[in-house]
Design a protein around this ligand. Structure first.
Ligand code: PNS
Length: 162
């Protein structure tokens, strides 16, 4: 069975992420979306909330699992028996850091191959950090995120307004 890990912060999961995930499920038998537990970042959503939102966005997809991890991504990939890491590329600006990370990961674990997938043109400008910024200032980002995420962003905005 071909298993891939799709790692990331996913704070929050966007339609760009969903696009990459759907492409990956067409290639691999199982794709594990792995949410990084990063104590150094102060996220908008907890890891549990992110897992829940991603799960709701991919509810109809049988070959997707959602999990969290800490430590090295390649160690997690080896633990779950994944031979591939999936990363999305939006523009050439993503390339440099992704290239570095892929080669570093290859040094750490030659048996794990990074696979880059390109998002559709409609999603190339989406980024979790911009989505958070716009949402924080009351802008509508419903066009950029799955419904499960839009609902929670709206709830946060309501709570701020109280
Ligand atoms: O969504 P992001 O924040 O771009 O994802 C980055 C992520 C989680 C893939 C990367 O930071 C990562 O793999 N972190 C885990 C620690 C690790 O393995 N670092 C070495 C990378 S060479």
């Amino acid at each position: 069975m071909r298993i891939a890990v799709y790692p990331g912060s996913f704070d929050p999961f966007t339609l760009g992420h969903l696009d990459i995930l759907e492409r990956a499920t067409g290639i691999f038998d199982k794709v594990i979306v792995a949410v990084l537990e990063n104590p150094n970042k102060s996220p908008l959503f907890s890891v549990e909330e992110r897992i829940e939102m991603i799960g709701e966005s991919v509810a109809q997809n049988g070959n997707v699992e959602v999990d969290s991890f800490d430590g090295l991504t390649v160690d997690y990939a080896k633990k779950v028996g994944a031979g591939s890491l999936v990363r999305g590329l939006r523009a050439t600006s993503d390339f440099e850091s992704e290239f570095q990370m892929a080669l570093f990961n290859r040094k750490l674990a030659p048996e794990v191959t990074t696979v880059f997938l390109m998002t559709s043109f409609a999603n190339v400008f989406l980024s979790s950090s911009l989505i958070k910024e716009v949402a924080r200032h009351g802008g509508n980002v419903d066009f950029a995120v799955p419904e499960s995420v839009a609902k929670r962003l709206a709830r946060l905005a309501e709570n701020r307004g109280q």
